[in-house]
Design a protein around this ligand. Sequence first.
Ligand code: C2O
Ligand code: CU
Ligand code: CU
Length: 491
Amino acid sequence: MKRRSFLVLGSVGASTLLTGCLPMLIMNRDKISDMFSGGNPSTSTLNSKNFNEKLAIPLLLEGKNINGVYHYDLTIQEAQHRFFKDKLTHTYAVNGTYLAPTLKLINGEKVSINYTNNLKELTTMHGHGMHVPAEMDGTAHQSIAPTQTWSAQYRVNQRACTNWYHPHAMGTTAEQVYQGLAGLIIIEDKESQALDLPKEYGVDDIPLVLQDRFFDSDGQLYYHPTMRQTMMGYKGDTFIVNGVIDPYVEVPAKEVRLRLLNGSNSSVYELAFSDSRAFKQIAGDNSFLEQPVSLHTLRLSPGERAEIVVDLGSDFGKTFYLNETRQGKAFLKVNVTKKATSKTVLPTVLTKLEKYSTSKVVRHRRFILSGMMGRVMINNKRMDMNRIDEVLKLNETEIWEISNRGMMMMRMEHNFHIHSTHFMVLERNGSYANVLENEKGYKDTVYLAAGDTVKIIVKMTDYTNKKVPYMYHCHFLEHEDAGMMGQFTVE
Ligand code: C2O
Ligand code: CU
Ligand code: CU
C-alpha cells in the first residue's frame, strides 16, 4: 500500500484492471521497457501526514482600480514550496510558492490581468472558462517570453461562476501545470451577490483545488509520464488540496459552499463524503444550475468545476472526510469546530438559463477522439498551430457531436473543452435522459467515458477574429500536449 490507510473502499475501475494488457504490435524496445518499469517513485515514507496540516486558502485578489480598470499584477516564477516538513520542493507558482492567487472579477467590469514571466522558459496564461476575445485568451498564440509581461485586458462578460487560469503553451502545458501553475477566477454578478449562499471566502465559501502528484524520495515533484501514462493518464499517488498534502479544514456548523476544481493533469475524480452524506451541487463550469441538484457522489474530470453546498447545521463537533472513491483515498478532513455566526438557507431556485433553440441550428460538426500507441487525435489530426481546423460564424447555433472512439479495450477516458464559450449538453449516448442533472448548466468541459458520444449545442456570441484562433481539446493534459487539440476562428 502506498498510503497509510484506505478510508473508503473504492471500486476498482475497469481501466485499472486492463492496464496490464496494452497490445504491443509495433513498439520499440524503449517504449516497452518504459511501459513496464512503472517509472514512479514510491513516496510512502513521505506521505504519512495524517491530515494534521491546515488547509491553505489561496490569497484572494480583488484588483486595483485604476481609472475604472481593475488591475491584477501577477508574477509567474520559480519557487520553493513546503509540501513536507523537512524538505522544500522546487515548484512554479504565481506570486506565492505553489498555485496562484484567486482572482475575483465582477461581471461588467474592465480588467487588466498582467502576467510577468520570470521563468527561464516560455509560458502563457489562459483563462479557462473566460468568455473573452481570442487575442486575450492566453493560448500559445499569446506566449509570454521570459522577462516579458502580457496583459489580458477585457470587460468581464459572463455569468457568475468559478473559472481558472493555467498555462497553455505548446507541448509544455502538462508539465507547467504539474509544477504548480494554476489558480481560480471567481466571477460574481448581481444574481450571485443577491442569492442567499455562503459567500465568506475561505470561511464558508471554500475553494478546493484538487490535484494529485508523484514526489521522488527527495520530495521533489516527479513528472516522467511513460507512454502508458500518457495514454491512460498521469495519476499521481499523492493527493494535494490547495498545495497541501492531507489537509484538514475547520468549518462552521452551517451551510458551507465548496468550490471544487479538478486541477489534476489527467485523473477523473469521483468525490463523496466518508459518511455518505448528501450534498447539493449549485453550479457547474460556467453558471449556476437552475435548481440545486442533490448528490452523494460527484464526478469531475480534469478542468471541470463544481460548486457544492453541504449543510452542516446539525454537525457541530463532527469530523468526516472528502473522499475520492476511484482511488479510495481522502483529499480532505473536515472538522466542524466553529459555531455558526450567520445562517444561509439554500434557495430552491438559483437561476434561469437561456437555452439555445435546436430549431435554429444551422450546422453540425463531428469530432472523433481517438488514441492508440501513444498517438491521440481529434478527427485523425494532431494539433498544428498553423492550421485552422474549424471556422464558426458569429451567432450561428451549431450542434457538435463528440465521440470517444478507439482503444475500447483500454477504456480510455477523455473530455472535451471549448474555449471562450459555454455550451449545453443536449444528448449523451443518444438521449437527453442520459444527460446528468448536474451537467444541465452552462459547461465548457464535458466528460466522455470510453465509447461515449455527446451532443452539445454551441453558439459564439461576441468576439470575432479571422486570424487568431481559439482552441478545443481534450483537457487530459498529457493528451492535449500530445496533440489532442484543434483550433477554430470565429468570423
Ligand atoms: Cu483549461 Cu484550453 O484549457
Ligand atoms: Cu480553456
Ligand atoms: Cu483525452
